[in-house]
Design a protein around this ligand. Structure first.
Ligand code: FAD
Length: 558
C-alpha cells in the first residue's frame, strides 16, 4: 500500500473510531439503546395505524366523538366478583385499547399525546382529579414560578444599580401563591385540551396492573377494568423521609407542603443540597429568609462537576446562605413554633440549629407499591423497575416510564422522551434512543446550573485523554448588561479527536444556553465543529463559542 493510501485508510479508521466510540464506550449504555425492529405483536397495530392514516373511521372506538363537543367518557367493564374480571371465561378477548397508561405526569401525558398522534387508541388512568403529576402540580412548574418571582424581586431590590429608585417594596405572598396556582391550573387544563385534541381518553381512579393486557381502576370502592394491548406504568415518585423524621407538613416540610406556606418563614433549614434543596434555598434566600443547608455528601449539587459545586457553594455563601457539608442529621425535635436539628459536622462534632421550618429534600422514592407489579415478571429493585430497550419491562407488553425507572435520572424531560420511545415502539416506528449521558440537567437556583454529558472526573475515570476549556461570564458583555456575570462555562473534551464529552454551565441563563450543549452532544459534535459555528452578538449564548475555543486556547473575550 502506498504512503498516501495508507494515510487515507488510517484517516478513515480514525474517523470511524471517533464517530463510533460513543456507541461502544461510556457514552452509551446498552441497556437503554433502542433499535428499530418492530415486534410481531405490533404488526396488528400497523393495521390500525394504516386505517388512521387513511382516515377510515374506527368503528370499535369507544366514547363520543370529539367533534360532538360532548364530554368524553370511557366505557369500563365492571369486575365480576367471581372471576375478578368482567370478561367471561372462554370469550375471545379483544383489546379495547392499544395503550393504557397509569399516571398522567410528564411521562404519562406526553406518551398519551404521542400515542394519540400515532393513531393508537389510548386511555390514561390518573388517581388525582387533575392531570399533570408531580412536575406540574408540586414540582417543576410551581418551583419555577416562585424562582421567577424571586428573581424579579431581586431586580427590584437591586433597582438602584439600574438607576431606579424603588420605595415601599413589599411582597404580597398571597398574590404570589395565587399566581403560581393560576399557572398550574391553566396548564392542567391545557393537558386536558391536548388529550381531547388527540382523542386520548382519561379516567380517574387508582390504576393497577392485573396481568397481560389488563388494568383495574379503583375509585370510591368500585373496581372496573380496562383491556389494552400495551400498558405503561408511569406512577412517579414521592419525597423520601429520613429515618425517624416524618414530615408533619407544618414545621417539617416536603416539596408539597413548602409550596403552601401561609407566610414566608424567617428561618429555614434545608436538608439535602440536590436540585430540589438548592432551588428552595435560593427562592427563600431571595425572599429574605435566613437559610441553612445541611448536606451529607462532601459538596452541594453532588451530581454536578466538582467545579460547579465549588462555584455554587461560594456564591451561596456570599448570599449569606449557611452551608454544612458532610453533615449527618441525628435528630429533629419540634415544638409549636420551631424545629431543632442536631447533626454531626464534618469534624465529627455535634452541632445544633434552630429554625421556624425544615425542608426535607433528601431524594425521591418510586411509587410502585400497590400497582400490581407482583403480578408481572418485571424486575423491581428498591421500588424501581428495570427496563430493556423501548422501556419494556421483563413482562411483555408492560412498560415502565419516568421516575419509577431504575438507573435513569428523575427528570421530567427524561420521562417525556422515555414515554415517546415506548409508544413509538408500540406503533412499530423507529423509536428514539434513551442515552443516559445525553440527558440534560437543569437546576434553576440563582446562579442557574445547566449540564450535560460527562463531568471531568467521569471522563478521566472512563479512560479519556481529557482536555478542558473554561470561559468565565465576566468576559461576556450581555452578562454584564444583565448585571449577572458570575460563573462560567466548562467544556470537557477528548483530546485526541476533539469530541465534546460534557458541558457544565453555572451563571446567567445557564438552563437556556444548555440548548446548544444538548445539541452538540446529541449530534456528536467536536470542538472544531463548534468553533466554526457563529454565535449571535451580544448574547449570553455566545459564551459557548468562547468556551469551545478555550479548549484550544483560542478564546477571544478573556
Ligand atoms: C420540587 C421539584 C422540582 C422539580 N423540578 C424539576 C425541573 O425543573 N425539571 C425537571 O426535569 N424535573 C423536575 N422535577 C422532577 C419531575 O417532577 C419528575 O421527574 C417528573 O414529574 C416525573 O414524571 P413522571 O411522569 O414519571 O411522574 P409524576 O410526575 O410523579 O406523575 C405520576 C402520576 O401518576 C399518578 N399515579 C401514581 N400512582 C397511580 C396509580 N396507581 N393509579 C393512577 N395514577 C397514579 C400520580 O397521581 C401522578 O399524577 C422536580 C421534582 C420536584 C419534586
Amino acid at each position: 500500500m502506498g504512503g498516501q493510501a495508507a494515510a487515507f485508510v488510517a484517516a478513515v479508521k480514525d474517523f470511524h473510531h471517533r464517530v463510533h466510540r460513543a456507541h461502544r464506550g461510556a457514552l452509551y449504555s446498552p441497556l437503554f439503546s433502542v433499535s428499530s425492529a418492530p415486534s410481531v405483536v405490533n404488526l396488528v397495530l400497523k393495521l390500525r395505524l394504516a386505517r388512521a392514516a387513511a382516515k377510515i373511521p374506527n368503528s370499535s372506538r369507544n366514547g363520543p366523538s370529539i367533534r360532538s363537543g360532548r364530554k368524553r367518557s370511557i366505557s369500563l367493564v365492571p369486575i365480576s366478583t367471581e372471576t375478578g374480571f368482567g370478561s367471561p371465561e372462554g370469550r375471545l378477548r379483544v383489546a379495547k385499547y392499544d395503550v393504557a397508561i397509569i399516571g398522567s405526569g410528564p411521562g404519562g401525558y406526553v406518551a398519551a399525546i404521542r400515542a394519540g398522534e400515532l393513531g393508537l387508541k389510548t386511555v390514561v388512568v390518573e388517581k388525582d382529579p387533575f392531570l399533570g403529576g408531580t412536575c406540574l402540580h408540586v414540582g417543576c412548574i410551581p418551583t419555577k414560578v416562585l424562582l421567577h418571582h424571586a428573581e424579579v424581586y431581586d431586580h427590584f431590590k437591586n433597582g438602584a444599580e439600574l438607576g431606579f429608585e424603588v420605595s415601599g417594596l413589599k411582597i404580597n405572598w398571597g398574590n404570589v401563591l395565587a399566581r403560581k396556582d393560576k399557572i398550574v391550573k391553566k396548564h392542567a387544563k391545557g393537558i386536558e385540551f391536548l388529550f381531547k385534541k388527540n382523542k386520548v381518553e382519561w379516567v380517574q381512579g387508582w390504576g393497577r396492573y392485573e396481568g397481560p393486557g389488563r388494568v383495574s381502576v379503583e375509585k370510591d370502592g368500585k373496581k372496573t377494568q380496562i383491556e389494552a394491548s400495551n400498558i405503561l406504568l408511569v406512577s412517579g415518585s414521592e419525597a423520601r423521609a429520613l429515618p425517624g423524621i416524618e414530615p408533619d407538613h407544618k414545621t417539617i416540610l416536603t416539596n408539597r407542603s413548602i409550596l403552601e406556606l401561609p407566610e414566608i418563614p424567617k428561618t429555614l433549614i434545608v436538608v439535602g443540597a440536590g436540585a430540589v434543596g438548592v432551588e428552595f434555598a435560593s427562592i427563600y434566600n431571595s425572599f429574605g429568609t435566613q437559610v441553612t443547608i445541611l448536606e451529607a455528601l462532601p459538596r452541594v449539587v453532588p451530581v454536578e462537576d466538582e467545579e460547579i459545586s465549588a462555584e455554587l457553594d461560594k456564591t451561596f455563601r456570599k448570599k449569606n446562605i449557611g452551608i454544612f457539608t458532610q453533615a449527618m442529621v441525628e435528630s429533629v425535635k419540634k415544638d409549636a413554633k420551631s424545629v431543632t436539628v442536631t447533626f454531626k459536622d464534618k469534624d465529627g462534632k455535634s452541632q445544633t440549629l434552630q429554625a421556624e421550618k425544615l425542608l426535607l429534600a433528601v431524594g425521591r422514592k418510586p411509587m410502585t407499591d400497590n400497582c400490581g407489579l407482583e403480578k408481572s415478571k418485571a424486575k423491581v429493585e428498591r421500588g424501581a423497575v428495570h427496563v430493556g430497550p423501548y422501556m419494556e419491562t421483563a413482562e411483555k407488553g408492560l412498560y415502565a416510564i419516568g421516575d419509577i425507572v431504575f438507573g435513569l435520572p428523575l427528570l421530567a424531560h427524561a420521562a417525556m422522551m422515555e414515554g415517546i420511545a415506548a409508544v413509538t415502539h408500540i406503533a412499530g416506528k423507529t423509536a428514539p434512543a434513551i442515552v443516559k449521558e445525553r440527558i440534560p440537567n437543569a437546576t434553576y437556583c440563582e446562579p442557574q446550573i445547566g449540564s450535560i454529558g460527562l463531568t471531568e472526573k467521569q471522563a478521566r475515570d472512563a479512560g479519556y485523554a481529557v482536555k478542558t476549556g473554561k470561559f468565565p461570564f465576566v468576559g461576556n458583555s450581555k452578562a454584564t448588561i444583565l448585571g449577572n456575570h458570575g460563573g462560567f462555562i466548562k467544556v470537557v473534551s477528548d483530546e485526541k479527536y476533539g469530541e465534546v464529552l460534557g458541558i457544565h454551565i453555572i451563571g446567567p441563563l445557564a438552563t437556556e444556553i444548555l440548548a446548544e450543549a444538548a445539541a452538540v452532544l446529541h449530534l456528536e459534535g467536536t470542538i472544531d465543529d463548534m468553533m466554526s459555528m457563529m454565535h449571535a452578538h451580544p448574547t449570553v449564548w455566545e459564551g459557548m463559542g468562547d468556551a469551545f475555543a478555550s479548549v484550544r486556547g483560542l478564546q477571544i473575550n478573556v
